[in-house]
Write a protein that binds this ligand. Structure first.
Ligand code: HEM
Length: 421
């Protein structure tokens, strides 16, 4: 196998493409679970990883790379589900054009400048509401108190979920085991409890969209329910349900991890807190640096549909590739001293945390605003934010648990102490 030190994304050419994936599955959780050693430091890059990530989906008119859902095979092994609200599990991220292009147009309709502006107003209020819940304690477990519920409710607002249902969404999706809560449990056709927490979302969005199609109102759900594909045809209810539920999958955990990573870095550095408190205009670039250094999506998967050459490596058709945006973001050929946080880094925004190409993240602008609002509000309302030694150990010997996944990078828990400003 070619050394992973040369180009993580194409390293597996000689020994079979699955090998890198298997090694990565074992290596990444172990390395990250043991502390803050980012896997991007293991899979170093010489410029070609970025090339692979940036290549996008097309080469001329030939479709080269087909997105792969790494969980698909695992899912297939499970017995089929037949609940009353079962929505087929395919998501837009694994579609190819032209189907992807049509579905992506529905998605883009949700991220208009007007909608983002309204959504930002909601974020400022939401940030205050969540901080109010724990500020008097002088301490919090940030990931569950803020990091998880904040992006969840931001997406609920973006989609126009009625505010009286927000508490329910929070309970279902940011809770521990909502599937087994008798109040909410969904059952498959054979009567067994469906353990997929998103089955609730399928149910609710099917109901919302069906309702708005039958009785349109002046609201965002109606706008969503009455959208058309670019060719003028009307999407099935299930197409819209898929889009809505996928936003929760794609935009919730990713942003939650970005927020916790950012707070962790801030809490370790009182000077940085002062700098950002006094120079608010530098917060957006701090968020870019966190996207670059902590890249919540560590890996994407692609399948070559035709033989091609990528990063200088010949790839036969049918090769599964693991692309590593996080490694590309620490590419010394692109970023000086890539492992260092530099709030003033001029090209920080050139990170590829949101990927490139037709599947690049449509939620990037939203996630950036969420980062900016969160950091701004926390600096407004708290001073002396620091890591809890009782939970994470003393400075220089901290212990953090990261999610044991090879797709996502982020902290499981972050205990903070602070003074209310
Ligand atoms: C820090 C936060 C986020 C990160 C790091 C992130 C990263 C990514 C990446 C790397 C992809 C490409 C996946 C691939 O090519 O296989 C992606 C796709 C996607 N993201 Fe995000 N994302 C974030 C937040 C969001 C938010 C807030 C939303 C929406 C509310 C969102 C919605 C989506 C959707 C719908 C796709 C699929 C696009 C497509 O296939 O056309 N993401 N994201």
């Amino acid at each position: 196998m070619e050394s992973t030190g040369r180009c993580g994304a194409v390293a597996a050419r000689a020994s079979g493409d699955l090998l890198l994936g298997i090694v990565a599955q074992r290596l990444i959780p172990r390395a990250e679970g043991s502390g803050r050693l980012p896997v991007f430091e293991i899979v170093k890059s010489n410029g070609r990883t970025r090339e692979c990530v940036e290549k996008g989906e097309h080469e001329g008119k030939t479709l080269v790379l087909h997105p792969v859902d790494p969980l698909k095979n695992a899912r297939r092994k499970r017995p089929p589900r037949g609940g009353a609200h079962a929505v087929p599990p395919e998501k837009p991220v694994s579609f190819d054009p032209p189907k992807h292009t049509a579905h992506r147009a529905l998605l883009n309709g949700l991220f208009t400048p007007k909608r983002l502006k309204e959504n930002e107003e909601f974020m400022w209020h939401l940030a205050d509401r969540l901080i109010d819940e724990f500020i008097a304690d002088g301490r919090c477990e940030f990931a569950s108190a803020y990091g998880q519920p904040f992006p969840l409710l931001v997406i609920a607002d973006l989609l126009g979920v009625p505010e009286e249902h927000h508490a329910m969404f929070r309970k279902l999706l940011a809770g521990n085991r909502p599937a087994v809560d008798p109040e909410w449990a969904q059952h498959d056709a054979d009567g067994t409890v469906n353990m997929n927490p998103l089955s609730y979302l399928d149910k609710w969005f099917t109901a919302y969209i069906t309702d708005r199609r039958a009785s349109p109102k002046e609201d965002i759900l109606t706008e969503m329910a009455t959208q058309s594909f670019p060719d003028g045809s009307r999407p099935e209810v299930v197409d819209l349900v898929r889009i809505a539920t996928f936003l929760f999958i794609a935009g919730h955990e990713t942003t939650a991890r970005l927020l916790s990573s950012s707070l962790c870095v801030l809490a370790e550095d009182p000077d940085l807190q002062d700098t950002l408190r006094r120079n608010r205009e530098r917060i957006p670039n701090f968020v870019e640096e966190m996207l670059r250094l902590e890249s919540p999506i560590k890996s994407d998967f692609r399948l070559t549909r035709v033989a091609t050459t990528l990063g200088g490596v010949d790839l036969p058709a049918g090769t599964t590739m693991m692309l590593l945006p996080g490694a590309a973001n620490r590419d010394p050929a692109h970023f000086d001293c890539p492992a260092e946080l530099r709030v003033g880094r001029s090209n920080a925004r050139q990170n590829v945390a949101f990927a490139r190409g037709v599947h690049s993240c449509p939620g990037g602008p939203l996630a950036r605003i969420e980062g900016r609002v969160t950091i701004g509000r926390i600096l407004d309302r708290m001073s002396h934010v620091q890591i809890s030694e009782a939970h994470h150990g003393p400075a220089g010997a901290r212990r953090f648990d990261h999610v044991p996944l090879y797709i996502l990078r982020g902290l499981d828990a972050l205990h903070l102490e602070f003074t209310a400003a």
